[in-house]
Design a protein around this ligand. Sequence first.
Ligand SMILES: Nc1ncnc2c1ncn2[C@@H]1O[C@H](COP(=O)(O)OP(=O)(O)OP(=O)(O)O)[C@@H](O)[C@H]1O
Ligand SMILES: [Mg+2]
Length: 438
Amino acid sequence: MRKKRTRSFDFKPFSRKQRFLMSWWEDGSPYRDLDTVIADGAIRSGKTVAMICGFLLWSLASFQGESFILAGKTIGALKKNVIGPALQIMERWGLPYAYVRSGDEARLEVGGNTYYLYDAHNERSQDRLQGLTAAGALADEAALFPQNFIEQMMGRCSVEGAKVWLNCNPESPAHYVKTELIDKAEEKRIYHLHFLMEDNLSLSPKTRERYRRMFSGVFYRRFILGDWALTDGLVYPQFANDPERYIVETPPSIQYAAVGVDFGGTGSAHSFTLTGFTAGMERVVVLDEYYHSNRKDGVLSPKQVEDAFVDFVRRAKRRYRVYEARCDSAEQTLIQGLTIAAARAGLGIEVCNAVKGPIHDRVAFYNSLMAQGRFAICARCSNTIKAMKEAVYDPKKPLEDIRLDDGSTNIDSLDSMEYSTEPVQSSILYLGLKGAGP
Ligand SMILES: Nc1ncnc2c1ncn2[C@@H]1O[C@H](COP(=O)(O)OP(=O)(O)OP(=O)(O)O)[C@@H](O)[C@H]1O
Ligand SMILES: [Mg+2]
């Protein structure tokens, strides 16, 4: 156990909304008897920082020797968004703490209380909560958690006087955080606070404006206006409505490029995408594609897929610096085949697993690039162009953000395109903006 030297938090004045979130539990507050608080709304609106302050003040004033839950989508996200700021805040307040940073027992110890770190990234994440008796929980970005984690977390908070603190950005209006918690706030004794960027006084009008320009359509409504908005049918409305704006004959000067690979089954296609990045990651350009429909043109053998891959990478390497291919991790045998084929052909490319993060984040990424005028695609990539024009959300599930994948549209080109950019997605998006994204 060691105490890392940490900067102290540079507080700016809190907004009224932030002060509500910090003090709703205090004596004299009309909400003090409620069990749960939810702060939802726009990105960068000061929800997390105010929630950390409120949670620490409340837990330290109300309990000693109790256990608490600190949960994030991943431990990495939790450390970045919650633990990092919490350490700086405690440093600023002169509050002694101990931080055990790794292992199953990763925790903060403050004022006799213990705050355990949890990730909530899949249906099994809740298992770790079982058996715990907690006096409170802080769930950061809770709309990204599986429902069973939130339910289990709330169930674990059984100490008399326990409170659960949740914050999130809006998702679809059918999301359970909206339908089961926010819409039933009164019945479930939940205090609901809705945040906008104006509720964060530390953001300058210029920075707020830059964030506004990053999004359009449904993402603007969710991330900027803070509404639980419905998608508008098309996955890439800006592209579908004006593809010519993004299609180029000759790409701009490319600093380096990356390959994305999606393997197809009998009913789908093999797709490779080469994506280039300009200096400083300013622009993202789809440079080249390979597309083979197993359904229309016959199923390829693994050897044929390997040959196609080697050809594709050779062609790419003639013009660009290419270090990495990110491949659909569901097909480990095919990935091994590509790795061996790449080594044998002396391609000098690392063949690795795709990140395969939430599709929603990838879609938001490409839409945001378009809103900022930072996306282009070479005219030769006709399959990808068609795929982007035609991509729609599943009309049978109008309340959910599910991309239609019934064979009528080409999801494979989109997958391989996304695999090629996923590792650098958030650093590209928030380039030049201080702090992390939603
Ligand atoms: N009172 C404050 N003093 C100083 N900085 C602040 C204050 N409130 C918020 N900030 C800063 O503003 C930025 C956004 O705040 P925060 O992370 O709390 O927003 P958020 O609503 O949780 O955003 P997101 O939805 O993107 O997670 C952070 O860099 C945070 O440190
Ligand atoms: Mg936050």
